[in-house]
Design a protein. Structure first.
Length: 358
């Protein structure tokens, strides 16, 4: 019988081995020791096993699209809106080629073809994320018995590597000139307030631009960011300093919308970060400073001051904590220390502004 052979181990033991194909992959299985298992019985066992494999492979399985959508709907409740959109985009890309194929028949070269197509556009990171999400769908399929292996598992080694580049950020020594130029640039008041608040708060740009007024308690000097807008999916509290409150009060006079920074063409959505980036670029800092650069600047100067508890700084930056459960119930962790950090940083920003006016 094809695939059945008698193997002899170095220790002299003899056993029957069966080579077979499953889901397009060559595999082998030990059937039993010889002579306990006779040739006749080995043939019978081999036929029984290969018949079962054939029946399983021929059994109708759901398509990749069906399994992917099942996985997506099962997971999306724990994701942010932005992540949902990104995953959906990855799946739509995969569906073009793989969507209608039975999930148990998809092989690595078919997946690699899709990923290489994305890579050819220059989107190396998107290609890696799409491959990762394809692998998650396959693992979901394995868990539900739709297939036995993950064909996306080893394909990362076939992808290009991308050199990691940190987002541009100016050193503190250049901030006086930078602030003088961007504050002099002719743009609307809302954009200037956004730029100042991004610098003063040290939060991620999306966390500020999508903020609503009811998140702020000026009297008690705190801003509570809900978990759905946080990268780490934990609620976060930011101490408000005098300068932040001044910026917020001035911003409130510019409009009466729910969002702090409504888009000028649609009040129901937030302004884009590109609006602020354009001011930075047109002030002469293209490639040298970004909106995220303010957060890097904050982290650098506060850490290098050696004045504050490192854990308090990390908490203020809302980096993912080691004890996620404990932090989920304590958004104000290290609060007193963080108030000191933000007031110290504000005094530094005031010094930059004064130096820029000389």
């Amino acid at each position: 019988m094809n695939g059945l052979s008698l193997r002899i181990d170095p220790n002299g033991k003899k056993y029957w081995s069966l080579r077979y194909t499953e889901n397009g992959q060559r595999k082998s299985k030990s059937l039993g020791l010889y002579p306990e298992l006779s040739l006749k019985r080995a043939r019978e066992v081999a036929i029984e096993f290969t018949t079962k494999i054939k029946q399983n492979s021929e059994q109708e399985q759901p398509s990749f699209r069906e399994v992917a959508n099942e996985w997506f709907n099962n997971q999306k409740e724990t994701w942010s809106h932005k992540h949902i959109l990104n995953v959906r985009a990855s799946l739509d890309e995969l569906f073009i080629t793989l969507g209608d194929l039975p999930i148990n028949q998809i092989q690595p070269p078919e997946i690699l073809k899709v990923i290489k197509r994305i890579e050819a556009r220059g989107s190396i990171e998107i290609a890696k994320r799409t491959l990762s999400r394809c692998g998650m769908v396959m693992k979901y399929g394995i868990a539900h018995g739709y297939r036995y292996d993950n064909p996306a598992g080893d394909l990362t080694y076939a992808l290009k590597s991308k050199k990691v580049q940190n987002l541009a950020s100016l050193p503190a020594t250049e901030m006086p000139d930078f602030l003088r130029k961007v504050r002099a640039y002719p743009c609307d008041a809302q954009t200037k307030h956004a730029l100042m608040l991004i610098m003063l708060t040290g939060v991620r740009v999306s966390e500020l631009l999508q903020a609503k007024w009811d998140e702020f308690d000026l009297e008690n000097r705190k801003w509570d960011i809900p978990e759905e807008r946080m990268k780490n999916r934990l609620p976060h509290r930011v101490p408000l300093t005098n300068m932040m409150i001044e910026e917020l009060q001035a911003l409130r006079l510019t409009h009466n919308q729910d969002l702090l920074f409504p888009h000028r063409l649609n009040n129901n959505v937030a302004m884009r970060s590109e609006t602020i980036l354009q001011v930075i670029k047109r002030s002469g800092y293209a490639g040298r400073m970004t909106t995220h650069g303010f957060r890097s600047l904050f982290s650098t100067v506060v850490n290098e001051s050696n004045l504050f508890n490192v854990d308090a700084i990390e908490k203020q930056l809302a980096h993912v904590p080691q004890n996620r459960i404990r932090s989920a119930y304590n958004r104000a962790q290290y609060w007193d220390e963080r108030v000191k950090i933000m007031n110290w940083y504000e005094s530094l920003v005031r010094d930059w502004l004064k130096a820029g006016m000389k």
